[in-house]
Structure formats: structure tokens, C-alpha cells
Design a protein around this ligand. Structure first.
Ligand code: PA5
Length: 423
């Protein structure tokens, strides 16, 4: 049960000897991270988080999930950015829990939220409102709307038990709302930023309520912590990935296209885009993280990948053992000529498509590598979450930026608040 990195299509771009040539730099940033002395070190609580999560806390959350599912047939998760993407990534990756999660506060669209209320009309939801700052526009407005809606259905203790807050221990409007109303609440640690928070109550609470296997998720992340927290460039594939990206960036490959032939990886890549975009892109530096859903996008973006501007590299995410097999039927007429694969598993064809794409793109000057997960389950996702977190910390430090802040996201907010007349 593990993750591996296939660096098969990097010849001439980022070879093992190139990684060895920057080993001293990697060792330095590794030590800065380990000893919490690099830029933004006050937000590196995630580095040893998996090992610090008490089993008793996981048991409590699992029990809370059972209790909630006793009176609720769905969860509404309100949040955006780091308070949304990891939850959705996990729910979609494992293809759902015992009850569905609906998402609110991920945009400011009236149509989206109107339709959400329509979907909730005949349901009995429990709402988890998640905001570290407690002041973010989207979840604040969505919480008002959803709370209004809940009040049309419930009152008193029945209403109270259906609202759970995940926020800062002391600061922010949501903390005040939770305390003043006696809502059940969970704390987001101060030393973990939004995009690194999936294994805090931000992710664990809504996932546990939905009945997703948070114990396996955390167990995979603990294995990730064990495997990717040491400086051994031959064995630490998170550091190999970080170093490879950095080397490719120095050769002008300024766009990373993360692509998967597995549909349940889609939101993992949305989560990954925030993690990498917000962590690395500052001071005029950083790789632009983008994603493709394959083989769908080969029929739309395939041309660009094969023959467009050669400023990109590709990272495939592969799931080696799918949950199901599905044989291709034989056809008497064979008009489409696909009897060549009749009787074979559909995923055999998927795998050949991946091999062919990786090879064709490499020949088209798009170096690429593949992160392989044995299975598409919560355990491997936990490991992958940690893999990507560890790697972005290292690649951010290699670039010479603080990977743990996001000063750029304030600019539009100032203008928007001025337009709205908000103090
Ligand atoms: O990474 C970040 O800090 C942001 O994307 C936040 O996660 C996002 O803005 C939500 O913030 P909050 O949890 O404070 O509402």
C-alpha cells in the first residue's frame, strides 16, 4: 500500500544527476522546514500534524458522525478555498460517504444558492460552517442564507444541534456566533494555514459527519509523514517531485499541468492548484498550476499539449488498482474495429491511453512524470495530501519565497469592500 513516483519522461530536462547537483540546497531547505526556522515557520504546524492527532479525537468524530446521521440525511459544508477544496477532494475521491455533502459559500452566486435551497427543501441537513478567519465574505453570506432557511424548518434545540462551527479558538465573527449561540464548535490551530488544513477539524469534521473513513485518511497521512519528512533523496519521492519541478521551472517550464485518467482525482487537483498556486506564486515567481481531466481533455486540450508553446511540464496521477473491472464486449460486426480489446478490462485501455499520452507529450517536448497510487481510497489520499504539502514547502523554499503566506489575495477584497461600503 503506497505511492510511487515514475520519473520516466524527464531525460534531458531533470535527470537524477541534476537533482544530485542541487542536493545541498534541498538539504538546507529540509533543515529549515524541520527546525522551523524558514520563512513563515509559524505556519508549519501541519508538518507533524498527522502523528499528533489523538486516536481518541478520531473516535469522538466518528461517534459524532453516527449521532448526526441519526437525525440528518445530508451535510451542508459552508466554506471556500482551504475551508472547502480538501473536503470536496476527499468526498469525490472516495466517491462519497454514507450521506451526501452539499457545498455552500464557495461562490457568491444567487442562482447557485437558490438551487441549493431548493435541493435542501425536503431534506434534514446538518450544517458545518468553516472559516478560519471567521470573516470571509462567501461563507459569511452563505451562513446567513442557510441559517435563515434552517429557521423555517427548525427552532430551539432542534436548530442548535444542526449547526456546527469550525473556526479560530478566539478570534473572528464565527467564534463569537458559535459561543453566543452555544453551537458545537471545533478549533482550527493557529499554526496551520487554510490550504494545509485538511487534516484539522476543517476536513475531519465534515468528512466524519458524512461517514467518510477519516481514520484511514489520517493513517495514510501518518505514513506520508513517516515517508516524506526525512532527507534521503533516493527514497523521499516528495522531495524528488519538488526538486524535479524546481529544475523544470529553471529551464523555462513555468506551467505544471496535473492530469489524471481517473475522474475521482478531479477535485484533488482543484485542491492541489490552491496549494501550489498560493504557496509558490509570489514576488513575480512560481509555477502556474493547471489541471486536465483525461481522456476527456485530450479531445479539447490535446492539441495544445502536443504542439502549443513549450513552456509546460505534466504530472500524471495514476490509480493502479481501480475498484471495479468492466470487460469490453465482443461485437459480431466489429464495425468500430475494437474487437482487438474485446474481453479485456476497460481500464486496460485507459492504461494504454496514459502510456501513449505520456510518450507522445514527451516526444512533443513536454517532460512528464507520474505519481502512482496503489488504490483510490482514503488511506492513499491521506498519504497523497501529505506528499503534496511536504513537496510544496520544499519547492517554495527552493524558489526563495515564503510558501505559507498569501499576501496577494487581499488586493481584490479591499476593492470589493470599498464598492460594498464595508468598513
Ligand atoms: O489559503 C487560504 O488562506 C485561503 O484560501 C482561505 O482558505 C480561504 O480564503 C478561506 O478562508 P477562511 O477559512 O478564513 O474563511
Amino acid at each position: 500500500m503506497s505511492i510511487s513516483l515514475d520519473r520516466g519522461h524527464l531525460k534531458g530536462f531533470a535527470e537524477q544527476s541534476d537533482i544530485e547537483a542541487i542536493a545541498d540546497n534541498i538539504q538546507k531547505v529540509h533543515e529549515d522546514l524541520e527546525h522551523r526556522r524558514g520563512a513563515g515557520h509559524e505556519f508549519t504546524g501541519w508538518t507533524d500534524l498527522p502523528g499528533r492527532i489523538p486516536d481518541a479525537q478520531l473516535d469522538e468524530l466518528v461517534a459524532l458522525g453516527e449521532e448526526v446521521r441519526g437525525h440528518s440525511d445530508c451535510i451542508v459544508s459552508i466554506g471556500i478555498g482551504g475551508s472547502y477544496l480538501g473536503i470536496r477532494a476527499a468526498e469525490e475521491f472516495v466517491r462519497g460517504g454514507k450521506i451526501p455533502i452539499f457545498y455552500a459559500g464557495l461562490n457568491i452566486s444567487a442562482d447557485y444558492h437558490y438551487r441549493l435551497l431548493e435541493q435542501l427543501k425536503d431534506r434534514n441537513p446538518t450544517v458545518v460552517v468553516i472559516s478560519k478567519s471567521g470573516t470571509t465574505t462567501e461563507p459569511a453570506l452563505a451562513f446567513r442564507i442557510i441559517k435563515d432557511f434552517l429557521q423555517t424548518k427548525y427552532s430551539g434545540d432542534e436548530l442548535k444541534k444542526r449547526i456546527i462551527c469550525v473556526t479560530d479558538a478566539k478570534r473572528g465573527a464565527l467564534r463569537t456566533i458559535a459561543d453566543d449561540n452555544g453551537y458545537r464548535s471545533y478549533v482550527i490551530p493557529d499554526d496551520i494555514g487554510g490550504r494545509f488544513s485538511i487534516l484539522t477539524p476543517v476536513g475531519l469534521v465534515p468528512l466524519a459527519l458524512a461517514g467518510i473513513d477519516i481514520k484511514s485518511l489520517v493513517s495514510g497521512a501518518r505514513e506520508g509523514q513517516r515517508l516524506y519528512s526525512h532527507f534521503d533523496l533516493d527514497k523521499n519521492i516528495a522531495y524528488q517531485y519538488a526538486a524535479t519541478r524546481y529544475l523544470l521551472y529553471r529551464k523555462g517550464k513555468v506551467i505544471e499541468v496535473a492530469a489524471s485518467f481517473y475522474d475521482n482525482v478531479f477535485y484533488v487537483l482543484e485542491w492541489w492548484k490552491q496549494l501550489y498556486g498560493e504557496s509558490e506564486a509570489k514576488e513575480g515567481k512560481g509555477i502556474f498550476p493547471s489541471s486536465l481531466s483525461l481522456s476527456t481533455d485530450l479531445h479539447s486540450m490535446g492539441q495544445l499539449m502536443q504542439e502549443g508553446l513549450r513552456n509546460m511540464f505534466e504530472t500524471f496521477i495514476d490509480i493502479e488498482t481501480p475498484d471495479h473491472t468492466l470487460a469490453v464486449p465482443d461485437s459480431e460486426e466489429d464495425l468500430d474495429g475494437f474487437n482487438i480489446v474485446a474481453g479485456k478490462d476497460l481500464d486496460y485501455v485507459n492504461t494504454q491511453a496514459h502510456i501513449a499520452t505520456a510518450s507522445a507529450h514527451f516526444e512533443g517536448d513536454v517532460p512528464n512524470m507520474t505519481i502512482k497510487l496503489c488504490k483510490g481510497d482514503a488511506y492513499h489520499l491521506g498519504q497523497l495530501f501529505y506528499f503534496f504539502e511536504r513537496a510544496v514547502a520544499v519547492s517554495g523554499y527552493l524558489l526563495g519565497v515564503n510558501p505559507f503566506n498569501q499576501p496577494g489575495v487581499e488586493a481584490y477584497k479591499k476593492k470589493m469592500f470599498a464598492l460594498l461600503g464595508k468598513k
